[in-house]
Design a protein around this ligand. Structure first.
Ligand code: PLP
Length: 459
């Protein structure tokens, strides 16, 4: 642009050539897409220069350390001019250093496999399970269980393990061998009002294993706290029982930390709240807070050893490659990202601010009958909207979207909502600000939501 503050031509270029993620483009015939031009801390500025408070860390739970971190940019720049990329079988200085730092935060885990996105990290985990099935069980123990309402990525195979119909409906047929297990949202209990919901929800996994045949099931993938499926915090007793079941039937436990990883819930990883010992852990978004693309599939030494042997079987190595998994910008950014999380005590801040946010949302629940349930862990919080608290009838699809739109329009606060068309479960507002959030940031978010709920209910 001739005037550096005039983005008209950029918006025109966007409208002419960009195909936006998750967007119905018809609306851009009469309106402009939102473009984010600049960011600092929790604040972002759009193409019109309007300042917003970003309560969703880059829209998708990613920018854990906030915007405008010069030390991350410097670390990436220094690394890129020294050595940007060498792929294939080679290693790199930031790759090795970040792996060592990461493993130090994950007792029991030992090996890091790099790729570029959460979807890919999960695909690698599935390939581990499948290759082990072929090498040890004649291909039989190849099935992978996934949970209703969880999401593990966008590729056809990641969607084969996807429990959200809006993402999944139109892209089949899917990769065979993926089998759903019931969700674990106690607020929408499948067994009515029971004391042992967590145990029942876990036992439902055992039932699926027995129905499919334990000798056919090789893996189970779960989000520690479900994200886009409704911010589902696992019920009491769930994880202990899941762990027992996996051990009993020799099923590899894959934990998808793509959203929860790197401090989002107040511990380094979400599973660490529950004393779980996973076999495989995947992560992406917060690993470098969006400053570079990086994902990791982390395994125990036991899993790794399945792919190591002497000359008798040289082809049992993991026969997989990811070109950009060899980029050095990702681990260089991740090292600095982790240093910031530690030096600024952001895990502690996340726990404190998460509790504060839950308290403030409970206040809103006492005031607004539209809120049926409030739940969360750390700075990963949701408020489920209902049109009737007794029947828990979900609000119509448009209501959650109207609250999100009102927060944006009236107070320039960006919040999220769970996916549309989730068969009646499309109605949870999502809050996941950067882990640097302060009480006053949270008050600002709550003020916006309070006003939005009042206006939307009146409308
Ligand atoms: N797993 C979870 C829990 C996610 O929420 C996502 C994306 O939102 C993914 C995996 C896929 O990650 P990506 O979009 O980087 O492929």
């Amino acid at each position: 642009p001739t005037n550096i503050n005039d983005y008209t031509s950029v918006v025109e270029a966007d409208k002419a050539h960009i195909w936006h993620h998750l967007s119905q483009h018809k609306k851009f015939e009469t309106s402009d897409p939102l473009m984010i031009i600049e960011g600092k801390g929790l604040r972002v500025w759009n193409q019109a220069g309007r300042e917003h408070l970003d309560a969703v860390s880059g829209g998708v739970w990613t920018v854990n350390v906030g915007y405008g971190r010069e030390t991350i940019a410097d670390a990436v720049r220094d690394q890129l001019v020294k050595m940007n990329f060498f792929g294939g079988t080679t290693g790199s200085i930031p790759g090795a250093n970040f792996a060592e730092m990461l493993i130090a935060k994950m007792p029991g885990m030992s090996r890091v496999y790099y790729s570029n996105s959460g979807s890919e990290a999960n695909e690698k985990a599935y390939k581990f399970v499948r290759q082990i099935a072929h090498q040890k069980y004649g291909g039989k123990k190849h099935k992978i269980l996934y949970r209703e309402r969880d999401y593990h990525g966008t590729t056809i195979t990641a969607l084969s393990s996807g429990g959200q119909d809006e993402r999944r409906d139109l892209y089949g047929p899917y990769t065979p061998g993926f089998v759903p297990v019931p969700h674990c949202l106690e607020y929408r209990s499948q067994w009515g009002d029971v004391d042992d919901y967590g145990i029942r929800a876990a036992n439902a996994i055992e039932e699926v294993i027995l129905r499919e045949g334990a000798d056919t099931v090789g893996g189970l993938i779960l989000e520690p706290v479900t994200a886009g499926g409704g911010v589902i915090v696992p019920p009491q007793g769930y994880w202990d029982r899941v762990q027992e079941i996996c051990k009993k039937y020799d099923v590899l436990l894959i934990i998808d930390e793509v959203v929860c990883g790197m401090g989002r819930t107040g511990t380094w990883f979400g599973y660490q709240h529950y004393g779980v010992k996973p076999d495989i852990v995947t992560m992406a978004k917060g690993v470098a807070s969006g400053y570079a693309a990086i994902s990791c599939t982390v395994t125990t030494e036991e899993v790794f050893n399945e792919f190591k042997s002497d000359a008798a079987d040289p082809l049992n190595y993991f026969r997989d490659i990811s070109t950009f998994g060899g980029c050095t910008a990702g681990p260089a950014a991740a090292i600095e990202n982790m240093r910031i999380l530690e030096d600024e005590n952001l895990l502690e801040n996340t726990t404190k601010m998460g509790e504060y946010m839950l308290e403030r949302l409970e206040e809103l629940k006492a005031k607004h009958v539209l809120i049926g349930d409030v739940r969360g862990k750390g700075l990963f919080v949701g408020a489920e909207l209902v049109s009737d608290r007794d029947t828990k009838e979900p609000v119509p699809e448009s209501v959650a979207q109207a609250v999100v739109a009102d927060c944006m329009k009236e107070n320039a606060v960006i919040i999220g909502a769970t996916n549309r068309s989730l068969k009646g479960f499309n109605n949870t507002l999502c809050f996941s600000p950067a882990l640097i959030a302060t009480k006053s940031d949270i008050d600002e978010i709550i003020h916006a939501v309070d006003g939005a709920l009042t206006r939307v209910a009146a409308g």
